[in-house]
Design a protein around this ligand. Structure first.
Ligand code: NFS
Ligand code: SF4
Length: 639
């Protein structure tokens, strides 16, 4: 077995991996070693779309060069890519729809939440062309949620959320190419229909279909989720919190929230606050809610809840022996948590009817039953506290302090302390003056096949050393948080120009400095990154594609990363992936997605201004991103 030091950078995770090994418990890191990757699947050349197959095309030109139906390698790879993007998109669209549905229940008096983001509500309503005059909060929220629901129902025109959030210049490009989505459900269904055996067999057309899917993901997934969540729960503002397994407390009832949709995690946090006395009755000092993955991000951003761990090590909070329950909703939840939990007193609690795990407890959570369900979940965690086996308890003691909560609104607010009239001006001036070279969003996950956190951290250190401003979301933000990059202490790794700007803005706000990476939220909050880019581009009077900005997911694992990436490429933003995107088997697909426009007749670079960059080495990848940022600076007439 490999040394645990080669599996994760996080010493707490290393310690828990040793403990799991000593106790004979298998984790994702072990399974990743046992499970070799299939060479056909890894390059995207395997097709299972009908019962004549599976068919696969050897990339070296040997053997069959077409499936039984005659599909060639380009069609198979493009179709698989579209399939992946569609899966990611469906996840985000369902997320957004659930929140929209919840808001309708809330305003009808059927669900126990109150609309907390009144400012955001008014801003979104006005963007959607709704007047707030003479309407109370619930009436306005209903109209906004109805507009959201239209994006799953309308049969003509395009998504309300695309009209709301897209830059006009981008919309023109998509419209000219006939790529504007009509409604999310229609497009997802159409995408599945075109992938079927005997459906769309034009690889370029399939890739354009992936772009439409990316737009559904961006607008009816990411943007809609963030906007509606900010309306329901409030827009995040800067918070200080803690990262790493040391946030689990031996004397408390520990309950982790894991998954994505904050309807659940918010309520659990609320009920944990109400049931402290019950926890004391069983001998605990209180109830400690800790975050895992994007649910962790949601309650970190809005409530300052500490984060225990990110994706690849999600089984390890259980291995501390001190986790009473892990409550989950959907996405990125390894079924393996149940197997690990069965070795301890930890109860895994699933909550959605369409997302269960065999062996886990199921407490049905709907917006209507939110209080009942959240209370039951917290009481279950409390009831498990006396079942702890003290001989099995071993909690790593390190924690790292970090700041989060950097919504666009918060970033603008911080800049307003420097320039009250034109808050974006200091940032734009710093970019124009070269103190800041450009900006990169670090997004996505960790992946048990890669040394956890390593590439996320290495890439960011290389970028900030070269004065690239970094924003972060998702589990990659956890990586940065754990290693001090979400704290002003991380400024030591920045180049001088960037450090001076972040220090000045921070000091104008009464802080020693801003962190070198600004945590903007969960994966759906990549919408915030897009909003920031649109605001900057509009301020400068240029297209988003002209900005010296890019995105990077060094350690991703999920199809959602491909749908998010496709959305950003469609907006003209380069996207780096540090993990094989399973599309390398087709030279055509590789060229369309990754070639510079000068080098191939049809490319996303030529059509939209953004391309995919696949590079496993994080330092080399940073170099490639910096290269492109410099090209875009030059085109803008900047040095
Ligand atoms: Ni994003 Fe969030 Fe994490 Fe990756 Fe999964 S939790 S939605 S996909 S693993 S960042
Ligand atoms: Fe094979 Fe074509 Fe069926 Fe795919 S759709 S499995 S390539 S016969």
């Amino acid at each position: 077995l490999p040394d645990v030091k080669d599996l994760s950078m996080d010493s707490g995770v290393q310690q828990m991996l040793e403990k799991a090994r000593a106790e004979g418990i298998e984790t994702a890191f072990d399974r990743a070693i046992k499970m070799s990757q299939c060479g056909f699947g890894a390059t995207g050349v395997c097709c299972k779309h009908c019962l004549e197959g599976p068919c696969r095309i050897a990339p070296n030109g040997k053997g069959a060069q077409a499936g039984v139906c005659g599909a060639g390698v380009d069609t198979i790879v493009a179709r698989n890519f579209l399939g992946n993007v569609t899966e990611g998109t469906a996840s985000h669209a369902e997320h957004a729809r659930e929140v929209a549905h919840a808001i309708l229940e809330v305003v009808a008096g059927k669900a126990p939440y109150t609309i907390q983001g009144v400012e955001k509500l008014k801003a979104v309503a006005s963007g959607l062309g709704l007047s707030s005059e003479g309407k109370d909060t619930n009436q306005l929220a209903k109209e906004v949620a109805d507009k959201a629901m239209e994006d799953f129902q309308k049969q003509h025109g395009t998504l309300n959320w695309l009209e709301l959030r897209a830059q006009d210049k981008s919309k023109e490009t998509w419209e000219k190419l006939g790529l504007l989505p009509v409604n999310a459900h229609l497009e997802i269904a159409k995408s599945l229909a075109r992938q079927v055996m005997g459906g769309d067999a034009d690889p370029a057309n399939l890739l354009l279909g992936a772009v439409t899917m990316g737009l559904v993901d961006g607008f009816a997934g990411l943007h809609m989720s963030t906007d509606l969540q900010d309306i329901l729960f409030g827009t995040p503002t800067a918070v200080k919190s803690q990262y790493r397994l040391g946030v689990i407390k031996e004397d408390m009832v520990n309950l982790s929230v894991h998954g994505h949709i904050p309807l659940l995690s918010e309520k659990v946090v609320e009920w944990a606050g109400k049931l402290t006395d019950k926890a004391k009755e069983v001998g605990a000092t209180g109830i400690n809610v800790v975050g895992v993955c994007c649910s962790g991000n949601e309650v970190l951003m809005r409530r300052g809840v500490p984060v225990a761990t990110n994706y690849a090590s999600q089984e390890l909070p259980i291995v501390t022996g001190a986790l009473e329950a892990m409550v989950v909703d959907i996405q990125c939840i390894m079924p393996g948590i149940q197997t690990v939990a069965s070795c301890y007193h930890t109860e895994i609690i699933t909550t959605l009817a369409y997302s269960k795990i065999a062996g886990a407890t199921h407490v049905e959570f709907t917006a209507e039953r939110a209080d009942e369900a959240a209370k039951e979940i917290v009481l279950r965690a409390i009831a498990n506290f006396p079942k702890r086996d003290p001989r099995k308890v071993n909690i790593p003691n390190e924690v790292t302090e970090a700041y989060a909560g950097f919504s666009v609104e918060q970033i603008v607010e911080a800049l307003r302390a420097v320039n009250p009239e034109e808050p974006l001006k200091p940032l734009v001036d710093a970019i124009a003056g070269g103190q800041i070279l450009g900006a990169v969003a670090i997004v996505g996950c960790t992946n048990p096949r890669k040394k956890q956190d390593h590439d996320n951290v290495a890439l960011v250190k290389e970028l900030i050393k070269n004065n690239v401003l970094v924003v972060a979301t998702g589990c990659s933000a956890h990586s940065l948080g754990k290693f001090g990059l979400l704290s002003p202490e991380g400024l030591q790794y920045c180049g001088e120009g960037l450090r001076n700007v972040l220090t000045a803005v921070g000091q104008a706000n009464g802080l020693p400095g801003l962190p070198p990476a600004l945590h903007m939220g969960s994966c759906v909050d990549n919408s915030r990154v897009a909003d920031l880019l649109v605001a900057l581009a509009n301020y400068l009077g240029v297209a988003v594609k002209d900005l010296p900005a890019a995105g990077s997911c060094p350690e991703t694992h999920h199809p959602k990363a491909l749908s998010i990436g496709t959305y950003f490429i469609a907006c003209g933003v380069d996207v780096h992936v540090g993990v094989n995107p399973q599309a390398t088997g087709s030279p055509l697909v590789v060229n369309v997605l990754t070639a510079d426009k000068e080098n191939f007749p049809v490319t996303t670079d030529g059509l939209f201004g953004g391309k995919l960059i696949y590079e496993e080495d994080p330092v080399k990848a940073a170099g490639l991103l910096i290269e492109r940022i410099k090209q875009k600076r030059k085109a803008l007439g900047l040095n």
